[in-house]
Design a protein around this ligand. Structure first.
Ligand code: G3H
Ligand code: 13P
Ligand code: ZN
Length: 333
């Protein structure tokens, strides 16, 4: 058993309370490799933003759970080395799909876990979430739960249509499970294709897809039911057109990729939405930078020469999110 407190990590309780009060959101960035982690920590340290490092089941399988945990521990030390005196870094399991996985993360030094039982029937979601909460809270590890189903692919669970969270269920769910935060469905989805072209309109000038707005009425109704309760938005990448264009220009093929417009995320961040999940945008930045080097310097075969530019572009992206979208800069001096 390793306690996250020994690793210098923090859980989400205080971060979320401050974020809701202050009208900003904490960035939750997924990481799978060293370059992503370096970029996240540099961006957070330089902007003094609290940050959530997210590890999915897929990331654990890809990078090895032991290595990831030591990387997160190293991240705290790296942050201090960069001059961030009191780093506010949370290590979080993203989309945990079983009690065993959540328990293993709690036992392994994570400070927060998500149990995503949103694909199960309501009562089963409650039972599994409560079981995780009862275990995690013994170690002061915070728990995110999910109610409602996002469109798209959530690890192995796929859903063709989005089922918005039902506001009339949230009080019962939060009370009976004791969860610390709630991921909701209001129209976001995972990946770089968040909406089909049929769901969008087209900008007549650029020919680009314009996505439909998020269901802020559903968010408002949830906040009315659970005043001040921490709300989480998954699937919140904006799919920056510049990265999509770069990828397509240098031999990639991402036609009609579309994300959540930044102004909608800015609006959400000012509400009880206090954690915003971003993974795809970082994948796009990484891929765009690597493709550019490969296209322009076909003789290059030193990974540092293409992973380095990828890391720089991701750092720029993370800083932009922190400062211009979530507003979390300067909140962890
Ligand atoms: O929500 C899913 C995250 O983007 C993680 O994706 O399961 O491919 O690591 P992954
Ligand atoms: P994106 O695919 O929009 O980046 O969402 C990531 C996410 O929700 C991770 O849990
Ligand atoms: Zn997610």
């Amino acid at each position: 058993m390793v306690s996250y407190k020994e690793l210098g990590l923090v859980n989400t309780r205080e971060m979320f309370a401050k974020a809701i009060k202050g009208g900003y959101a904490i960035p939750a960035f997924n990481f799978n490799n060293m370059e992503q982690l370096q970029a996240i920590i540099k961006a957070s340290a330089e902007t003094k933003s609290p940050v959530i490092l997210q590890v999915s089941k897929g990331a654990r399988n890809y990078a090895n759970q032991t290595l990831l945990r030591y990387m997160a521990q190293g991240a705290v030390e790296y942050a201090k080395e960069l001059g961030w005196e009191h780093p506010q870094i949370c290590l979080h399991l993203d989309h945990g799909d079983s009690f065993e996985l959540c328990k293993s993360c709690v036992d392994f030094g994570f400070s927060s876990v998500m149990i995503d039982a949103s694909s199960l029937p309501y009562e089963e979601n409650i039972a599994l979430t409560k079981k995780v909460v009862d275990y995690a809270h013994q170690y002061d590890v915070t728990v995110e739960a999910e109610l409602g189903v996002l469109a798209g692919v959530e690890d192995e669970v796929s859903s063709a249509v989005s089922h918005y969270t039902k506001p009339e269920e949230v009080v019962d769910f939060a009370t009976r499970t004791g969860c610390d935060s709630l991921a909701i469905s209001i129209g976001t989805s995972h990946g770089a294709y968040k909406f089909t072209p049929e769901q969008c309109t087209r900008d007549p000038k650029t020919g680009k897809l314009v996505p439909p707005p998020l269901a802020f009425d559903v968010l408002d109704a949830i906040m009315e039911q659970l005043p001040g309760f921490p709300i989480v938005l998954h699937g919140s990448s904006s799919v920056p057109q510049e990265y999509v264009d770069m990828i397509n220009q240098y031999g990639g093929k991402l036609p009609d990729a579309v994300g959540i417009p930044e102004e909608q995320l800015r609006k959400a961040a000012k509400s009880a939405v206090c954690k915003i999940n971003i993974d795809s945008d970082s994948r796009l930045a990484f891929t765009a930078a690597v493709r550019k080097v490969f296209a322009e310097k076909p003789g290059e075969f030193d990974p540092r020469k293409y992973c380095g530019p990828a890391r720089d572009l991701m750092e720029e992206l993370y800083k932009h999110k922190i400062i211009n979208v979530l507003g979390s800069d300067g909140k962890a001096e």
